[in-house]
Design a protein around this ligand. Structure first.
Ligand code: GFB
Length: 308
């Protein structure tokens, strides 16, 4: 990308999209294209086609998606598969139709088989059954990856797909029913501290393991890959380290300064036992994450206290 390239960030207001915009601006890219949902409904095929026809972006970051934690994924499977397929089809097809130079598609680490060997290598994709709680979302994302690969093969496009691990950071979703575990627990422990609640409910057994990447690092990785990677093979983006949900809860309890007890509600699902990504492909390309977990957690909590 050149500093004046026309770069469209689809989903620019979300956790990932807003971080990508911050990273692009910090690196001096001045010609960024953004549309709010009110300005452009990405579910509307004709509207998206018209937008690409007029604007003809050169680079497209597909950071628009319907996303959520285990609760949302389990209870809204129809919405997750329909909305994600619709949005990515519209963006990928029109990026091809109106000659985008390059597109970066964002998947997720939940696309891998539930029992994949750990750490998970990119080639383990489609080698086993998916995690039930998020199979609808995973199938949609796998379709997006396959679509990018198919358009590259048939039409000679340059559409790359990247698989981030669990992300967190400023501008995340803190809704207790639909959010991911980290923002949910930050909010639960924070509110319990303010309201002097004696106990905080945490879902599941606490034994599953999760890897967390600070969203600004993800943004740095996707800008790096947009500028340095042209393959059709997917690329994992993560830290290569994970912890149990129990350790996460203890860390968040400490960062927030909550003194009460934790109640493990095992009627809630645990989800995938582990999904640690093998990040050696990305390391070989020359990128590594920077923000250590404690620092990222503190930054996110500071932001939360001021903005939420
Ligand atoms: O981030 P999360 O909701 O989704 O993490 P996944 C779920 C894990 O955290 C489960 C535990 O083991 C939950 O039992 N957990 C404990 C909680 N307390 C809470 C809580 O208050 N809220 C939530 N949400 N979880 C998602 C996929 O899987 O990962 C998505 O469903 C996406 O599709 C995302 O891929 C990155 O990490 O299990």
């Amino acid at each position: 990308m050149q500093k004046k390239s026309k770069i469209y960030v689809a989903g620019h207001r979300g956790l990932v999209g807003s971080a990508i915009v911050r990273e692009l601006e910090a690196q001096g890219y001045t010609n960024l294209l953004k549309r709010t949902r009110a300005e452009l409904d990405l579910m509307d095929q004709a509207a998206v086609e018209n937008f690409f026809k007029i604007e003809k972006p050169e680079y497209v970051f597909v950071a628009a998606a319907k996303v959520g934690g285990i609760g949302a994924n389990k209870s809204q499977k129809a919405d997750f598969i329909f909305e994600n397929l619709q949005v990515q089809n519209n963006l990928i097809h029109n990026a091809y139709k109106f000659g985008a130079k390059k597109l970066l598609f964002l998947g997720s680490s939940c696309i891998y088989p539930r029992q994949a060997p750990q750490p998970i290598k990119e080639e383990y994709l489609l080698t086993g059954p998916l995690e039930e709680t998020n199979d609808a979302y995973a199938v949609a994302k796998i379709a997006g990856i396959t679509m990018c690969q198919s358009y590259n093969q048939q039409y000679g496009t340059n559409f790359i797909s990247v698989m981030p691990t669990n992300l967190y950071g400023i501008n995340d979703n803190f809704d207790l029913e639909n959010a991911h575990v980290l923002p949910s627990l930050l909010r639960k422990f924070h509110e319990a501290k303010l309201e002097n609640k004696p106990i905080v409910e945490v879902w599941g057994t606490g034994s599953p393991m999760r890897e967390f990447l600070y969203v600004d690092d993800l943004a740095s990785a996707v800008v790096f890959l947009m500028n340095n990677y042209d393959g059709s093979e997917i690329v994992n983006i993560g830290t290569g380290e994970d912890c149990t949900i129990k350790e996460l809860a203890e860390m968040i309890k400490e960062v927030v300064g909550y003194e009460g007890q934790i109640y493990w509600n095992t009627s809630k699902p645990d989800g995938t036992p582990r999904k640690l990504l093998d990040v050696s492909r990305l390391a070989k390309l020359g990128w590594k994450y920077k923000t250590d977990f404690k620092t990222g957690l503190k930054k996110t909590y500071e932001w939360y206290k001021i903005n939420v």
